[in-house]
Ligand binder design. Structure first.
Ligand code: NAP
Ligand code: G4F
Length: 325
């Protein structure tokens, strides 16, 4: 029988890769989008005739109940969130409402409408924040450093709580940074790859960045959606850390990206103090042993290949845009 998967945040980076993965496995995919007057969702336009889109919002309880009732999913993936850490200091209440309380609304809707559906919560390594130990695994204590990290910690604990209180098949995937050519342009990796492409093609000269010393565990988003699906295929619901186990600095990313374009980053990168955060997360590195051993999860793209993939994709996109101008 065809299974139905319900994805919040389908218009985002991960939502688009997850929809592709699930379509390939024969699922009926229902994607929840926020109303858009243009009715255009660029990352999933190529899938539009193969998926069902429904309109609702994580801040609206009744809407979530309505769309889940209508679709009666077997699996629910909660990827929707205000996901940009820097914006969470500018909009802490919106971030709490969407990224935190939104999880409560969706879990409540699942409990009332489709309690047998399996539930995936998109948790984040930002919950570790100022972590006392490195690498971080499923037992590392949380010390979030941003309103976003705090909201994600609420969503994580509530997912565990609904599993323990109501017996929901609910899993929290604690994912480290994952990137791709579909990454939002405000995140540092895509900001770098986009600007490198513009500099290479002569339309820009400078790249303004904040803290070059922060270290992250960066992987490819296409690999991480596989881990989400694997979590919901297990016999029992559990939580997993997913990452590469290797960290690099923002400066490393810059260096590889500029070098790939044949450029010297020192001639183009400026430090802009206003881009530094009120509280920084200095170092995140995963210990993905549990995901590798219990889910059989594997990486397919290493750091340098990821940087090159993003620079090449942006170069092609910027070149095409110039040709069309
Ligand atoms: P993304 O590209 O920013 O996508 C976020 C999605 O959430 C978008 O589809 C957005 O819709 C939707 N959304 C925002 N506010 C909403 C609301 N009020 N109601 C319903 N939907 C809403 O993020 P991503 O990189 O794909 O990440 C997916 C999830 O994983 C997020 O929850 C993120 O916090 C989490 N996560 C990401 C990473 C990472 O490195 N990428 C790591 C750990 C955890 P619009 O298109 O309408 O804005
Ligand atoms: O790319 P970022 O904005 O990602 P961040 O804050 O690590 O969050 C991402 O990963 C989380 C998983 O750990 C997700 F949960 C979250 O949703 C998101 O996907 O920043 C990475 C690092 C930070 O230390 C930041 O201070 O890059 C540093 N950075 C330096 N200059 C910059 C910039 N970040 C941005 N966005 N823009 C800059 O100009």
């Amino acid at each position: 029988m065809t299974k139905t998967a319900f994805i919040t945040g389908i218009s985002g980076q991960d939502g688009s890769y997850l929809a592709e993965l699930l379509l390939g496995k024969g699922y009926h995919v229902v994607g929840m989008v926020r109303r858009s007057p243009q009715d255009v969702y660029p990352r999933i336009e190529h899938l539009r005739d193969r998926i069902t889109l429904v309109q609702a919002d994580l801040t609206d309880q009744a809407g979530l109940i309505r769309v889940l009732s209508a679709s009666q999913p077997d699996e629910v993936y909660n990827l929707g969130a205000q996901s940009f850490v820097a914006a969470s200091w500018e909009q802490p209440v919106l971030t709490a409402e969407t990224t935190g309380v939104g999880v409560a609304r969706l879990l409540e809707a699942v409990r009332l409408v489709c309690p047998h559906a399996r539930f995936y919560q998109a948790s984040s390594s930002e919950m570790f924040g100022n972590a006392a130990t490195t690498p971080q695994d499923e037992n590392t204590p949380f010390h979030p450093r941003s309103p976003y990290g705090v909201a994600k910690a609420f969503g994580h604990h509530l997912t565990v709580n609904y599993r323990e209180s109501f017996g929901l098949f609910a899993c929290s995937g604690i994912l480290f940074n994952h990137e791709s050519p579909r990454r939002g342009r405000e995140f540092v990796t895509r900001k770098i790859s986009r600007q490198v492409a513009c500099i290479r093609l002569g339309s820009e000269e400078q790249l303004r960045l904040g803290n070059l010393h922060a270290r992250r565990d960066w992987g490819f988003a296409g690999d991480y959606v596989e881990a989400m699906w694997l979590m919901l295929q297990q016999e029992s619901p559990r939580d997993f850390v997913v990452g590469t186990g290797v960290d690099h600095s923002v400066a490393d990313f810059v260096e590889v990206a500029f070098a790939h374009a044949g450029l010297d980053w020192r001639r183009h990168v400026l430090i802009d103090e206003t881009l530094k955060r009120p509280a920084e997360v200095d170092l995140l590195r995963a210990d993905p042993t549990k995901a590798c051993e219990e889910l059989g999860w594997k990486l397919s793209v290493e750091f340098e290949a990821l940087v090159r993939m993003m620079v090449d994709a942006d170069t092609e996109e910027v070149n095409q845009a110039k040709g069309n101008a």
